[in-house]
Design a protein around this ligand. Structure first.
Ligand code: PLP
Length: 352
């Protein structure tokens, strides 16, 4: 089976993260995040974001990062506005609602996976009575679940709408590095300078073995957050194994280099798909994910050839995600297999 394009979490550990992990494995270190590696990793994140006052926490995965960050921004009677395709809504098993003791997600629309800023106003203005959970947070995903990116201007607009209505702002940055590499912006420009207060910063899909960071650009919002992590089972006692890979990733722009490579592989795939008659791209390809409309029978034949990928939107939508480890040859092999699957499908007798 070939898992190359099933997701960016099917790849292994990138060399720089692995090297830091192995270096952190030497000798004894303080536990529960009091170690040197965790201090270094936190400093590296603060430095990358040009935000010396930021508070940084390390957790095991993105569901925990999003759920705990959102829970810290609201009470159980509040609500969180997100895009209808947001990971927090579709892929976290109710984690944000659970960890906030019942906060409701309010779903907004928007083209290409991006929340339309006017949806925030609509969802807030819809009701103001006590029978409706009070909107308190807006969360955005960068890059989005559709493989697109919010430009700095789009981010500023969404955050301005949120701020005007007194809402907090959170970013699910599971693929933040891919957005940075795509836009060529600084991390600050795509986060706190645009109005984001708290961010889940992705490590796993960027090439780390495990782990995401939670970054509070507004440190007062981080009050008691360490207790929340501990209670949720997210305080690693050997924290250095979660934090050290960040030191490897953030040195000399390694994370951006890997993200740019993953993006380039997605672009290569998209260009190849455009050459194949009958294939239609569903979204602009702006990061490391490609969504294409492919006949269901062709998809079945591609799967029979061992290629693993996930459907999206409906049975004719397929998603392909590249990573730091994807090679041009992998892209070309997928395209070749797809061309063959199409020829086979055309040659097969049609079923009445
Ligand atoms: C992968 C991903 C996450 C994190 O998912 P986990 O499986 O919990 O680590 C969060 N948000 C988005 C948009 C993702 O793609």
């Amino acid at each position: 089976m070939r898992y190359d394009f099933a997701s960016d979490n099917t790849a292994g550990i990138c060399p720089e993260a692995l090297e830091a992990l192995l270096a952190a494995d030497r000798g004894c270190q303080a536990s529960y995040g009091m170690d040197d590696w965790t201090a270094q990793a936190s400093d590296a994140i603060r430095q990358a974001f040009a935000c010396p006052q930021a508070e940084v926490f390390f957790v095991f995965n993105g569901t925990a990062a999003n759920s705990l960050a959102l829970a810290s921004l609201c009470q159980s009677y509040h609500s969180v506005i997100c895009h209808e395709q947001a990971h927090v809504e579709t892929d976290e098993c109710g984690g944000p609602e659970f960890f906030s003791n019942g906060t409701k997600l309010l779903l907004g629309r928007g083209a290409n996976g991006k929340l339309d800023a006017n949806e925030i106003d609509r969802l807030v203005a819809r009701r103001s009575d006590i029978h409706y959970p009070k909107p308190k947070v807006v969360t955005l995903t960068q890059s989005t679940e559709s493989g697109t990116v919010y430009t700095p201007a789009e981010l500023r607009e969404v955050c301005a709408h949120a701020k005007r209505l007194g809402l907090h702002t959170h970013m699910d940055g599971a693929r933040f590095a891919n957005a940075l590499a795509s836009l060529g912006c600084s991390p600050a420009e795509l986060s706190w300078r645009a109005g984001i207060e708290v961010m889940s910063l992705g490590g796993t899909k960027q090439g780390m073995p495990v782990g995401e960071a939670i970054v509070f650009f507004e440190p007062t919002l981080a009050e008691d957050f360490a207790y929340r992590c501990k209670q949720a089972g997210q305080l690693a006692s050997k924290m250095r194994y979660l934090s050290a890979p960040w030191v490897g990733m953030l040195q000399e722009g390694v994370w951006l280099r890997h993200a740019a490579h993953a993006n380039a592989m997605a672009t290569r795939l998209a260009e190849g798909l455009r050459q194949i008659p009958g294939i239609e791209l569903l979204f602009p390809v702006e990061a490391n994910a490609v969504f294409a409309r492919i006949d269901g029978r062709v998809q079945e034949r591609l799967k029979a050839r061992g290629w693993v990928f996930y459907g999206f939107i409906n049975e004719s939508g397929a998603r392909f995600v590249s990573s730091w480890a994807t090679q041009p040859d992998d892209v070309d092999a997928l395209l070749q297999a797809l061309r063959e699957a199409i020829i086979e499908t055309m040659a097969a007798p049609s079923v009445r």
